[in-house]
Ligand binder design. Structure first.
Ligand code: A3P
Length: 272
């Protein structure tokens, strides 16, 4: 149903648009698109096609909750509506605003190694700038300023998971937030999705035949409703080779933050 309802421009009988019962709040470059597309396989899930930016962009938030709801897909009563906007995780106001919409909402957060995330973030901006004929700089030129780590660099700030998580935990309890391991989602998507099915109290419907490894892309792609599809070419791009010393500087900068994050969420990850 999830895929057929999306295609209707008119309202299928028995459906309405609902505000999301689950939001993928981030992190940018964590694998948010893959997670959303893979969850869309589930018959009891419908997803918003585009990033809505309701809770993090004031110019959208002022439009009100009905505007937000109007952007959600039609759903049956037994379906969960999910939207993903990776910018929410690092947005100062998003936790409080989401909480005031629905204090018992279930949140999904997909994370990957913070250094890898910085490089992925850089790579995305690099290609965007190339497309727009803007000058680009090598990674090391942005990350190192006057011989030291440029901790003001936005991509580095976004990888300080403990700082951002602290804000979410002011408004939500830990058992409302499920953290998806972005590295595991790449390597063994089914296992990660089964954990999400359990978190959302959904019957297990996503199965191994929903995935096939595409050698050319180097990633798993999705087989569902008799169709096969990979994510857009902007997902899973090769990263630049980064200077070893710079890598070490990033690893050691994030180490303390990671430890603090593990304690906060009562869970560890195999990050550097
Ligand atoms: P890279 O392009 O740096 O490899 P987001 O959707 O949040 O922007 O995350 C993009 C990342 O999703 C990609 O980062 C890629 O590593 C990851 N990803 C996870 N599963 C994927 C899949 N099956 N196909 C493509 N990319 C996937």
């Amino acid at each position: 149903l999830s895929n057929t309802t999306e295609q209707y421009s008119t309202q299928p009988p028995g459906t309405i648009r609902r505000t999301p019962q689950t939001i993928i709040v981030g992190v940018r470059k964590g694998g948010t698109r893959a997670l959303l597309e893979m969850l869309d396989i589930h018959p009891n899930i419908v997803v918003a096609a585009t990033e809505v930016h309701f809770f993090d962009w004031d110019e959208n938030y002022v439009k009100g909750i009905e505007w937000y709801r109007s952007l959600m897909p039609f759903s049956f009563e037994n379906q969960i509506t999910i939207e993903k906007t990776p910018g929410y995780f690092t947005s100062p106001l998003a936790p409080e605003r989401i909480h005031s919409m629905n204090s018992s909402i279930k949140l999904l957060l997909i994370l990957r190694d913070p250094t890898e995330r910085v490089i992925s973030d850089y790579t995305q901006v690099y290609y965007n700038r190339l497309e727009n004929h803007k000058p680009v700089q090598p990674f090391e030129g942005i990350v190192i300023k006057n011989g030291a780590l440029n901790t003001k660099y936005k991509a580095i700030q976004r990888s300080l998971y403990d700082i951002h998580m602290e804000r979410w935990l002011k408004h939500f309890s830990l058992n409302q937030i499920h953290i998806v391991d972005g590295n595991t989602l790449i390597k063994t998507p089914l296992a990660e999705l089964q954990k999400v099915e359990r978190f959302l109290n959904l019957p297990p419907r996503i199965v191994s035949s929903n995935f096939y490894f595409n050698q050319t892309k180097g990633f798993y792609c999705i087989r569902s409703d008799g169709r096969e599809r990979c994510l857009h070419e902007s997902k899973g791009r090769p990263h630049p080779v980064v200077n070893e010393t710079v890598l070490e500087q990033l690893y050691s900068y994030f180490r303390e933050h990671n430890q603090r994050f593990y304690t906060m969420v009562n869970q560890t990850f195999d990050w550097h």
